[in-house]
Design a protein around this ligand. Structure first.
Ligand code: PAF
Length: 282
């Protein structure tokens, strides 16, 4: 595995690989890697000749300065995990290398970027679109891999890629969970022991809601999830929405869509956790 810090070297190496007819896959990350990220890297390695993993804590997608400061950074451990997983190039640029000039682009990506996280984290998806479009331009991969834990993010990235006409296959990979059900997240390391003990209640409630939904309406199911999780010490649901898996617009009736996903954000103490579950898929 080679570590790259400049855009020029990254472009040169991936261009060389592409001109030899090699397939290039990209896994964008913000580091603090865990088994969930590694599952994306392993899939990328299995499906491509060259795997590029970017490790970059992107400042433009943090609408909360404190969240940016507290975001975990573990570069040495990340590189060791990536090497083991078969990564070809790890790209670890500085902020100045990625943003030599402030990125003033404002993306208009429609409702997929405006609902849910778009409402609660203004500017977040614009920052994601900025960095991912830059990475797509620098690497020009054949495929790019993203985890379904950030369900809405994938829809936003698809919208950005369509708008900018990137010919890249966006591959959505399933959520990886701890044995107790908690969705893997770099933010989990910030939980206190007590918060970590309670955290699996989020997934447990989402899974219980699959059964509950069979005999209840969408509105009743939302209330069931919100009330159950809010009853857990230190937990506060920011939103729970049951939406169409493509448009991300709320679904009012189970029969109105063949792809129905529940998306949740919960504050567990100070730590903001997200998760989602599919009630049905095409
Ligand atoms: O999902 C993430 O870790 C980030 O939002 C991403 C896609 C790497 C962009 O910074």
């Amino acid at each position: 595995m080679k570590r790259i810090t400049t855009v020029a070297e990254l472009r040169q190496l991936v261009n060389a690989a592409r001109s030899e007819g090699k397939k290039v896959g990209l896994v964008p990350t913000m580091g603090a890697l865990h088994v969930g990220h590694i599952s994306l890297v392993e899939r990328c390695v299995a499906e491509n000749d060259v795997t590029v993993v970017s490790v970059f804590v992107n400042p433009t997608q943090f609408n909360d300065k404190r969240d940016l400061e507290l975001y975990p950074r573990t570069p040495e451990a990340d590189c060791a995990m990536l090497e083991k997983a078969g990564c070809t190039y790890v790209f670890t640029p500085s902020v100045e290398e990625v943003y030599p000039e402030p990125d003033t682009r404002v993306f208009e990506l429609g409702t997929v970027a405006e609902v849910m996280e778009g409402r609660f984290r203004p500017g977040h998806f614009n920052g994601v679109a900025q960095i991912v479009s830059k990475l797509f331009d620098m690497v020009a991969p054949h495929r790019a891999y993203f985890g379904e834990k950030d369900f809405q993010q994938i829809a936003v990235i698809r919208a950005m890629a369509a708008q900018l006409q990137f010919d890249i296959d966006i591959v959505a990979c399933p959520i990886v969970r701890e044995e107790d059900g908690l969705a893997l997240s770099s933010r989990n390391t910030r939980l206190t022991a007590e918060q970590r003990r309670n955290a699996p209640r989020i997934a447990e409630t989402l899974f219980a809601s699959l059964e509950y939904a069979k005999t209840h309406t969408v509105a009743e199911t939302i209330n069931f999830v919100v009330d159950t999780i809010n009853a857990v010490p230190e937990m506060k649901v920011e939103y729970y929405e049951i939406v169409d898996g493509i448009s991300l617009l709320p679904v009012e009736d189970w029969n109105k869509s063949n792809f129905v996903v529940g998306c949740i954000t919960v504050y567990n103490g100070e730590v903001r956790l997200i998760d989602n579950i599919a009630y049905c898929r095409p």
